[in-house]
Design a binder for this molecule. Structure first.
Ligand code: RRO
Length: 312
């Protein structure tokens, strides 16, 4: 049976739904080129700020027993670097370029959005409302009034379709509250669920120590630790949002988790920890595994099972 993994959404056609999670393999032009040259269906940049940032002190990423912990602290080359990349990127390649934006202030976000708007490039913005690793700075996505305010200012300057990267939520009341905020912005066309589960603590018992330096060892969790939380967020936002896409991110390391995210409602899916650990070859492997699962189940395209999770 021919398996069709293609996805059409936001006016773009992707050969397959899989790409990197922002933060992994996307800080430099070389890394972005490597994702573009891989089997991934799209690519997204590291979240950028107005000026370049070194980020937090190292070690700031560690492999953990069931995934990863990071407190990178938004190291990036500054938005102009990614804007320049978007200007030279081959937008006809069939792999959409997403640009992640995470200003240190609302003003920074608005300045960057205006620059991307004025450049009139066919790239898509993912506004990060959920970086957990900036000491002393709360995640905007956990403050519903602040999120609403940010989005209302954003849509005043940015009239193109855009998306947001959300933190994980853990309470049905919070899913509903955030969905209601997001539903009031028609040009907000997609949400990416989830960012890392913030401020976890991984402990090395041999060393009797934390495993990363910033924030006394606290950092965002990724990988197996977060899969059920990611799936819950994908599922709930898929149900609660009107006419918006959900991008699944969290714990995808094989075709099985890719299938789960799509079954929960994801239009497209991103890989973070597994990409960091395995490199860009993970894309072809995961896609082959996903196609094999679909074949075994008699599905020929993603729409055959997307969002069709059964409940009891
Ligand atoms: O750079 C980071 O520390 C970071 C960011 Br901006 C984010 O959104 N999520 C994450 O786990 N790390």
């Amino acid at each position: 049976m021919a398996i069709d993994l293609s996805v059409s959404w936001l006016g773009v056609n992707m050969e397959n739904p899989l790409y990197n999670a922002s933060g992994v393999m996307c800080r430099s032009r070389e890394e972005l080129d490597a994702v573009a040259a891989s089997a991934a269906g799209a690519l997204i940049t590291k979240s950028c700020t107005l000026s370049a940032r070194e980020g937090n002190p190292e070690p700031r990423y560690a492999t953990a027993p069931f995934g990863s912990i990071n407190s990178m602290g938004l190291p990036n080359a500054g938005y102009e670097y990614y804007l320049d990349y978007a200007k030279i990127y081959d937008h006809a390649s069939g792999k959409p370029l997403f640009v992640s934006i995470s200003g240190m202030t609302l003003e920074e976000n608005l300045t960057m959005l205006k620059a991307f708007r004025d450049a009139e490039l066919p790239c898509l913005v993912e506004l990060n409302l959920s970086c957990p690793n900036l000491p002393g700075k709360a995640q905007i996505g956990y403050d519903f009034a602040a999120s609403s305010h940010v989005l209302s200012e954003v849509v005043k300057v940015y009239d193109k379709p855009f998306g947001v990267k959300l933190p994980p939520y853990f309470d049905p009341v919070h899913f509903a509250e955030m969905a209601s905020v997001l539903n009031s912005f028609p040009s907000l066309k997609y949400v990416t669920c989830i960012n890392s589960v913030g401020n976890g603590l991984v402990i090395d018992i041999d060393q009797e120590s934390v495993v990363i330096k910033p924030k006394a060892g606290l950092g965002g969790l990724g990988g197996d630790y977060v899969l059920p939380t990611a799936l819950a967020n994908v599922r709930e936002f898929s149900r609660l949002l009107d006419d918006k896409h959900v991008i699944g991110c969290g714990g995808i390391k094989s075709g099985r988790e890719a299938f789960m995210h799509i079954l929960a409602g994801a239009t497209a899916i991103q890989v973070g920890t597994c990409l960091y650990e395995e490199g860009v070859d993970c894309f072809a492997r995961i896609l082959n595994e996903l196609a094999a699962i679909m074949e075994a189940k008699g599905y020929s395209k993603l729409a055959d099972f997307r969002g069709k999770l059964r409940t009891m």
